[in-house]
Design a binder for this molecule. Structure first.
Ligand SMILES: [Zn+2]
Length: 182
């Protein structure tokens, strides 16, 4: 199934949905230039390097403890890079769907549930950036990403695509989510 490259202009979505949903109808992939600008010119090379250094988080044949370590290490490194302070908590790590993971702005905590998934982690991390740093709300509105969900989808899908393009193509589009094929 091809990856949908869609306009980030929300006006376009009205064609599909008369009532704009909180969730984008498709996964959003930003253009390389939009993405670089979103991350920030100076941060961008470091951000991509961090993703490469930690992408084995997504490797299910790697030892689970090692993956958990990598995930915490990535969270610390991203906080340093962005000047953020999101907390990370793992809850009930199993081999099931990771979609009930969430970010709670009241406690500034990302809670990951189910299978350890890099794209899910990046999605929740993006919510923390949107919530904590005005810079990202501003950039989101400039990219016509109207709310935190659009931002989190664009951020996580484009990040994942940057370092694991073939893995992304293996995922299946279900609404705004990319999920493992069953
Ligand atoms: Zn979300």
């Amino acid at each position: 199934m091809p990856l949908y490259l869609i306009s980030t202009n929300p006006i376009g979505f009205r064609h599909y949905r008369p009532v704009p949903s909180m969730y984008p109808p498709y996964p959003i992939v930003l253009t390389p230039r939009e993405f670089r600008n979103l991350i920030g010119e100076e941060r961008y090379p470091k951000y991509i390097r961090l993703l490469y250094e930690h992408k084995r988080v997504a490797n299910s044949s790697l030892d689970l403890n090692r993956r958990v370590q990598l995930l915490y290490s990535l969270n610390r490194a991203l906080n340093d890079l962005f000047g953020n302070d999101a907390r990370l908590r793992l809850n009930n790590i199993t081999n099931s769907f990771s979609g009930s993971s969430n970010y709670n702005p009241q406690t500034n905590t990302i809670t990951l549930t189910g299978r350890i998934s890099l794209i899910t982690y990046l999605h929740e991390y993006a919510h923390s950036l949107y919530e904590n740093l005005y810079e990202f709300r501003l950039k989101a509105s400039r990219l016509n990403l109207p709310n935190t969900e659009y931002f989190a989808v664009a951020f996580s899908v484009t990040s994942f695509y940057a370092v694991m393009p073939t893995a992304l193509q293996r995922l299946q589009i279900r609404g705004h989510c990319l999920v493992r094929r069953i």
